[in-house]
Design a protein around this ligand. Structure first.
Ligand code: ABY
Length: 222
């Protein structure tokens, strides 16, 4: 048996949190190496361990994987969370790309200049309410099943529920008119592996705060 996957990133959500969610949901234990300084990142780069001189990087099964989507695709395939055929996979990819667009907007909000922040928040809320949540609610309503794709758990459900938690943190009122998404959140949150990840002491990371943001800016020279 190969050892545990080893995740290289800073001690925050950023572009690694969806990998933590997926591994945890798959019931896979992992180790984390937290970059603390720009020099830590330089060292990884100089050792030749980062294909594009960027993290996230995940060491697993003898590979040094970079690029979040590639990492997720590998984990989802390995742990059978990527649909049963190419059509299911196409749906999962399509749903994931929509979720990723919204996640990216939320993730990058702390980097938004203060004078543009209010407008940006309003724009994101509008998109959540009128574009993204209705689209996924409609999927669940169309087939009446417990999971987004193929009537069984897939990465689509895991990514969706991660995103629902962010939307809830952003503004809990946004979810009130989406009963099927709320039910999905409850259902997935109660899976034993996810339940454990949601409990204190798990590798799940808290929302970005000033201190973490300053650290991330230093490490990545933003
Ligand atoms: C506010 O949240 C964030 C979001 C992103 C980041 C920090 C805080 C930076 S993630 C680290 C960055 N990697 C990437 O951008 C990967 C993208 C691949 N498509 C990184 O490694 N930067 C160092 C560098 O580019 O030299």
């Amino acid at each position: 048996m190969a050892g545990k996957p080893k995740l290289y990133y800073f001690n925050g959500r950023g572009r690694m949190e969806c990998v933590r969610w997926l591994l945890a949901a798959a019931g896979v234990e992992f180790e984390e190496v937290f970059l603390q300084t720009a020099e830590d990142l330089d060292k990884l780069k100089n050792d030749g361990h980062l294909m594009f001189q960027q993290v996230p990087m995940v060491e697993m099964d003898g590979m040094k994987l970079v690029q979040t989507r590639a990492i997720l695709n590998y984990i989802a395939t390995k742990y059978n969370l990527y649909g049963k055929d190419i059509k299911e996979r196409a749906l999962i990819d399509m749903y994931f790309e929509g979720m990723a667009d919204l996640s990216e907007m939320i993730m990058l909000l702390p980097l938004c200049p203060p004078d543009q922040k209010d407008a940006k928040v309003a724009q994101i809320k509008e998109k959540i309410k009128n574009r993204y949540l209705p689209a996924f609610e409609k999927v669940l309503k169309s087939h009446g099943q417990d999971y987004l794709v193929g009537n069984r758990l897939s990465r689509a459900d895991i990514h969706m529920v991660e995103l629902i938690y962010y939307v809830d943190e952003f503004d809990p009122s946004l979810l009130t008119t989406f009963p099927l998404l709320k039910a999905l959140k409850t259902r997935i949150s109660n899976l034993p592996t996810v339940k454990k990840f949601l409990q204190p002491g798990s590798p799940r990371k808290p929302p970005m705060n000033e201190k973490m943001l300053e650290q991330a800016k230093k490490i990545f020279r933003i």
